[in-house]
Design a protein around this ligand. Structure first.
Ligand SMILES: CC(=O)SCCNC(=O)CCNC(=O)[C@H](O)C(C)(C)COP(=O)(O)OP(=O)(O)OC[C@H]1O[C@@H](n2cnc3c(N)ncnc32)[C@H](O)[C@@H]1OP(=O)(O)O
Ligand SMILES: O=C([O-])CC(=O)C(=O)O
Length: 379
């Protein structure tokens, strides 16, 4: 049996959703650099789900279908209200809410193409509303209803911050959503595929994926980067902070990647957005501190920033609360998870690898009474 730690280098499936070849990331064959520069996030969702870019009419219809699906059942708002009083991480709240959505969807266990499409729209629309509603309810504010004339990106910012975003922020957030939408067989996508390969439902697949995304080695890294920036707090402290971390053999969050060898192509877009947004807010220190961190970590450790590093200062500049950074990642990545889940259903086989057993062998079973007696003798 071949065994590689962390499944490094193992090709576990075929997929036509996204690819990383020679450090170039594509969605359905389109370079993500081009999509980020020119597309709307809704177009990218359509591309991921339908394997083609929409016409203007298809996009308009898709956008209105999406917006119809952002509304939350009242029962879920009541759950959010209750959960908002708990001192827990918003990712746990999101997992609970997505799991609860399954209860209020009559089509949860229906597997037809039509039912799966309707559930895809519900999941894509409602994840954003859950995060926004939670963020407002915990501050004692009413959740907001999306505006028909705003883009998906604009609406998320509006529903979170209660203000119509300026054009620069809306454009930047649209780009961030595109950059986070899909990423081949990353840990959370793999988790979603493993889950639905048992023919479990889409809500279960997305809940499982959220659990994997939450961890700081994956999507949770963006919040950890912001924690690090806040802890350093001053550009003059960057050098000593990092050298202490290097000495303690700590991982520097937002750096390194399992697949990319010459750098994550998404980082350059986020770096530039971080620069632009810092100018808009006038709070430039996070951007300059991030640049200083990148210089030292790259020069001294040979590690390059991944998608999570500059997304921290970008989200901060967009006024997003720090513990919502990973849920915001999920609002975008759900589009990719859905595309992978649908692909898995289309050509399904149970995912069940093997483990190489390294534990004890040939143990002799001693009945509990005799075990207790032998403990009494020792005592
Ligand atoms: C959306 C995303 O998921 S992007 C990734 C987000 N995660 C992070 O930013 C967390 C920080 N980065 C990391 O932990 C890793 O680079 C990962 C998890 C992204 C990739 O992990 P792997 O491919 O398993 O690499 P692994 O953790 O084995 O690291 C290999 C070596 O590089 C070192 N290394 C890797 N990343 C870092 C880092 N960020 N800081 C310091 N050292 C690092 C490891 O300590 C290890 O060194 P060693 O061989 O001397 O023990
Ligand atoms: O691909 C990975 O391992 C992690 C990653 O960058 C992502 O999910 O965007």
């Amino acid at each position: 049996m071949v065994q590689t730690k962390g499944l490094e280098g193992v090709v576990a499936t075929t997929s036509s959703v996204s690819s990383i070849i020679d450090d170039v990331l594509t969605y359905r064959g389109y370079n993500v650099d081009d999509l980020t520069d020119s597309a709307q996030f809704e177009e990218v969702i359509y591309l991921l789900w339908f394997n083609k870019l929409p016409t203007s009419q298809q996009l308009a219809e898709f956008k209105s279908e999406l917006i119809e699906n952002v509304y939350l059942p009242i029962e879920l708002l009541n759950i959010i209200e209750k959960l908002s009083k708990e001192n827990t991480h918003p990712m746990s709240i999101l997992m609970n809410c997505v799991s609860a959505l399954a209860i209020y969807d009559e089509e949860t266990n229906q597997m037809s193409e039509g039912a799966n499409y309707r559930k895809s729209l519900r999941l894509q629309g409602k994840l954003a509303s859950i995060v926004a509603a939670y963020s407002r309810i915990r501050e004692g504010k009413q959740p907001l209803i999306p505006k028909e004339d705003l883009s998906f990106a604009g609406n998320i910012l509006y529903m979170l911050n209660g203000e119509i975003p300026d054009k620069i922020s809306e454009k930047a957030f649209n780009k961030a959503l595109i950059l986070h939408a899909d990423h081949e067989l990353n840990a959370s996508t793999f988790t979603a595929r493993v889950c639905v390969a048992t023919l479990s439902d889409m809500y279960s697949g997305i809940t499982a994926a959220l659990g994997a995304l939450k961890g700081p080695l994956h999507g949770g890294a963006n919040e950890s980067v912001m924690k690090m920036l806040a802890e350093i707090n001053d550009i003059t402290q960057v050098d000593s902070y990092l050298h202490k971390a290097f000495e303690n053999k700590e991982k520097i969050m937002g750096f390194g990647h399992r697949v990319y060898k010459t750098g994550d192509p998404r980082a350059k877009h986020l770096r530039e957005m971080s620069r632009q947004l810092a100018k808009v807010t006038g709070e430039e220190k996070w951007y300059y501190m991030s640049l200083a961190i990148e210089k030292i970590v790259t020069n001294e450790k040979g590690l390059l920033p991944n998608v999570d590093f500059y997304s921290a200062s970008v989200y901060h500049s967009l006024g997003i609360q720090h513990d919502l950074f990973t849920p915001i990642f999920a609002i975008s990545r759900v589009s990719g998870w859905i595309a992978h889940i649908l692909e898995q259903y289309e050509n399904n086989r149970l995912i069940r690898p093997r483990a190489e057993y390294v534990g004890l062998k040939n143990q002799t079973f001693i009945p509990i009474q005799e075990r207790d007696e032998s403990m009494d003798v020792i005592a």
